[in-house]
Ligand binder design. Structure first.
Ligand code: G6P
Length: 586
């Protein structure tokens, strides 16, 4: 998703901005650009591709000056082109902006500005901000008034940084993240603390509906009425700055291998929050669990384990769907919002709806300084360290471990889980990947993979399909075993592969029958099970363990399979095309 960054200080801005953008690469993007100010002149460079590629071609980091702005773009309005990349300058060239979010009334504003004689070089909604700022600045000659007038006209969700030719920098936030880093001799503006973490861990999280103006050695933070706004300086965790691949070829691989540790550490520092959650759940009639992508798949697992082991009914809701059925939320209920980043716009929107219905919000989140964590009543930390690979891996395991811990307490410890022993068994899986790599080679030319599971293995089939799609671009579909005969069987032939999640639980016999039905149609079968069978063309062995833990032990081999298949297909496992780690727009 778009990342914005700004620098105002004593060092040269361009190399600092490029470094910061590089650190935020994991958020996903397709083009990059930087603009700086020196001697009352703005210079700008931008292009499509990765930060390093564009930088080595056009040398973004050699722009002069100690004030600057930068951006990585994830296209929403307009194709991936050099023109559509940010920064955008106003017609006079005296103001440049970078923007994250969506300006909903941009067409109307653009028409208006065109009638007033402004031209537009890009297809983006963002460029109107630059020209609106110019229009108001020419009238008022004052940055504060200019920002106030501009934010009163634009509608939508946004965070933008504007650089004026006289060297002033201003940034406004409305429902998109924007953080100020306070350094010794400098200020940073960024969508993510990673943009400045190596320079300072003092941060101000701008409140919604506020803006900042940076001038020599000072800053002022104001609300959209022009009044001074309250703010606090937070120490952000340096831990998230230590995101290095080490000896691993990719972050995704590293993060898959970190899972034994994840299993031991998830929720470790949030015992009290877990207790509180259990208490809330016990005293609430309605419990909803929401999330997007992988985090929503955790919500599906939550439904199964809470009903099976604690006899508690929960409703999983796809975060982006809640806005279309806000009445499905009963007043005074509980919403458990699951999100690795804590910045997914859909999840933030969902909890907003929950708050309007007077619900308590419990966040299961990795980034404790995120918007979700700050909005929630109770915060349970995943505690799994930075996850950089766009496809979620270790955060999924962390989410499930936390859900298990909640269920354990709710069941008055009727289910016992030995996480240490479990982590050891996962080490074994991770040490034996030769077969998985061999199977990944077979997927290279395959265009369709179906994944089957019953009961608790069904949401895992859905999550496995998501991993394959994200990492390999292979069409993959998770199917509930019993549904096979109601349609998907028609698709089975010698060109498809089917992954069967078939652990030794109550679903075993029925799923084995499904496997035979599929095999009879010529499809190749990858069995993920603790029991070998002749029906599988390829058997991926999982540990014989406590049934409750099958979901984690099943997904890890498929994470690896997807990773190795991505290598076979020459796709980039860390940064899949078109996807973003942190989807901050609706
Ligand atoms: C994006 C990522 C997915 C992730 C989803 C939810 O789509 O690419 O990997 O599962 O967002 O992210 P969250 O940070 O809310 O868990």
């Amino acid at each position: 998703m778009c990342s914005i960054i700004g620098y105002y200080g004593k060092g040269f801005a361009a190399p600092i901005l490029v470094k910061g953008l590089k650190r935020m690469e994991y958020r996903g993007y397709d083009s990059v650009g930087v603009a700086t100010e020196s001697n009352n002149q703005i210079e700008l460079k931008k292009g499509i591709g990765k930060v390093n590629e564009v930088n080595s071609k056009i040398h973004l980091d050699t722009l002069p000056g100690k004030i600057g702005i930068g951006h990585t773009r994830w296209a929403t309005h307009g194709k991936v082109t050099d023109f559509n990349a940010h920064p955008h300058s106003s017609n006079s060239g005296k103001i440049a902006i970078v923007h994250n979010g969506i300006i909903e009334n941009f067409e109307e504003l653009k028409k208006q500005l065109e009638e007033e004689g402004y031209n537009f070089k890009s297809e983006t909604d963002s460029e109107i901000i630059a020209n609106l700022l110019q229009k108001h600045y020419e009238k008022t000659g004052d940055v504060k008034e200019t920002i106030l007038k501009t934010v009163s006209e634009i509608k939508g969700h946004y965070a933008f940084v504007a650089m004026f030719e006289n060297g002033q920098l201003a940034a406004a936030r409305f429902h998109e993240p924007l953080i100020i880093g306070i350094g010794q001799d400098d200020f940073f503006l960024s969508s993510d603390v990673l943009g400045f973490i190596e320079f300072t861990d003092d941060a101000i999280y701008l409140e919604n509906g506020t803006f900042v103006i940076l001038e020599k050695d000072k800053f002022q933070i104001l609300d959209f009425d022009g009044e001074h706004a309250k703010y606090g300086i937070t120490k952000v965790s340096k831990e998230f700055g230590d995101a290095y691949k080490g000896d691993y070829a990719h972050f995704t691989l590293k993060e898959i291998y970190e899972q034994p540790e994840t299993i031991l550490k998830a929720g470790e520092k949030s015992q009290e929050a877990i207790e509180k959650t259990v208490d809330y759940i016990r005293h609430s009639k309605n419990i909803y669990v929401t999330g997007s992508g992988t985090s929503y798949n955790s919500a599906l697992i939550a439904k199964q384990i809470l009903s099976k082991y604690a006899k508690i009914r929960v409703d999983p809701i796809i975060a982006s769907e809640l806005q279309f059925a806000p009445d499905s939320i009963e007043e005074n209920s509980i919403i458990i919002a699951i999100s690795q980043s804590g910045e997914s716009a859909d999840v933030l929107e969902a909890i907003k709806i929950g708050k309007q219905a007077n619900c308590k919000i419990i966040a299961i989140v990795n980034l404790l300084t995120s918007s979700l964590a700050r909005e929630a009543d109770v915060v349970i930390g995943m505690n799994c360290g930075p996850e950089i690979g766009v496809a979620a891996t270790k955060s999924f395991s962390a989410q499930l471990v936390i859900l298990y811990k909640i269920v354990q307490k709710l069941s008055n410890n009727k289910i016992t889980i030995n996480f240490e022993k479990f982590a050891e068994s996962i080490v074994e899986t991770l040490e034996n990947t030769t077969k998985i790599q061999m199977i990944a080679g077979k997927l290279k030319e395959i265009s369709d993979v179906y994944i089957l599971g019953r009961g608790i293995n069904h949401p895992i089939a859905i999550e496995a399909a998501l991993k394959l799609k994200e990492l390999t671009y292979i069409h993959a579909e998770g199917i509930a075993g019993g549904e096979l005969k109601h349609g998907p069987l028609a698709l089975m032939d010698t060109n498809v592969f089917v992954i069967i999640f078939n652990p030794n639980d109550s679903t075993y016999a029925d799923t084995l029958t499904s496997a035979r039905e599929i095999k009879a149609r010529g499809a190749k079968i990858i069995g993920v099970s603790d029991i070998e069978s002749d029906v599988y063309d390829y058997w991926i062995k999982i540990p014989k363990i406590n049934q409750v833990l099958y979901p984690i032990s099943e997904i890890i081999p498929v994470q690896l399979l997807s990773y190795y298949a991505a290598l076979e297909k020459d796709t980039d496992p860390d940064y899949p095309r078109n996807l973003a780690k942190s989807v901050t727009v609706k």
